[in-house]
Design a protein around this ligand. Structure first.
Ligand SMILES: Cc1cc2nc3c(=O)[nH]c(=O)nc-3n(C[C@H](O)[C@H](O)[C@H](O)COP(=O)(O)OP(=O)(O)OC[C@H]3O[C@@H](n4cnc5c(N)ncnc54)[C@H](O)[C@@H]3O)c2cc1C
Length: 203
């Protein structure tokens, strides 16, 4: 009989169950690793995004065994229409043997939950409503050996939990506080974009 799995230890801790974290957790669990996927919110939850997936992203999803078809609730598209600065450009996705010839759209409210549940089906242990508060470090080497965490909304003064793992994946989003706390810095030589999002009904 196999050992019962500890709720506070795993081979890999993935921090953040957005598309990056859930995909990483799915692949790692499918490869046979014990994965804790820690998410500070609970699903379904909204995320500001344009909700558009390129053919490359569609391939990443089908590579994980997800079906990206109309009957599964996806909107499919054949290219991009860009309107701005007085101009309008329409570009079809290229026909390539390595990628499908279509992109897809699905709200993040739905998409992120679907991907997180898919990671669970692959064997990852999803923990919702738990916020990672910092890295746990090996005193001798300074290497990350886990994270500190607390229930989301729990007062800062109260004792939290420590989760241990051989490997920690920081998938906690654009500002990735966990990466910053490990000394990684944003690259200032990369462009920064600003966007707004709204939903409307189009004819
Ligand atoms: C207006 C706008 C439009 C966009 N449009 C598109 C588009 O059309 N197509 C496209 O591909 N991309 C688009 N993007 C970019 C896209 O949203 C990001 O690239 C994507 O969300 C990054 O995914 P991620 O998994 O790395 O991070 P996130 O989606 O940010 O997920 C991070 C997760 O980590 C969790 N988390 C954070 N901190 C902690 C913590 N301390 N403990 C536990 N959990 C934590 C968060 O709750 C979240 O669930 C858009 C972005 C914006 C702002």
């Amino acid at each position: 009989m196999s050992e019962p799995r500890s709720s506070d230890a795993a081979d890999v801790i993935v921090v953040g169950a957005g598309p990056a974290g859930s995909s990483a957790a799915c692949h790692l669990a499918a490869a046979g690793l014990d994965v804790l996927l820690v998410e500070k919110t609970s699903f379904p939850r909204e995320k500001v995004c344009g909700d558009g997936l390129t053919p490359r992203a569609v391939r990443a999803l089908t590579g994980m065994g997800l079906r990206v078809r109309r009957q599964d609730g996806w909107l499919l598209n054949k290219g991009l229409r860009i309107i701005g600065g007085g101009g309008r450009i329409e570009v079809d996705w290229p026909e390539l043997s390595v990628f499908p010839g279509y992109g897809a759209v699905r709200t993040r409210l739905d998409f992120d939950q679907m991907l997180a549940r898919h990671a669970q089906r692959a064997g990852a242990r999803l923990v919702e409503n738990v916020t990672v508060t910092g890295p746990r470090l090996d005193e001798r080497t300074g290497r990350i050996t886990g994270v500190t965490a607390r229930e989301t909304g729990q007062p800062a003064g109260e004792p939290g939990r420590t989760l241990g793992a051989r490997l920690v994946v920081a998938a906690d989003g654009n500002s990735s506080r966990l990466s910053v706390s490990m000394g990684l810095r944003k690259r200032d030589d990369r462009p920064l974009g600003v966007a707004v999002r709204t939903y409307y009904t189009s004819p």
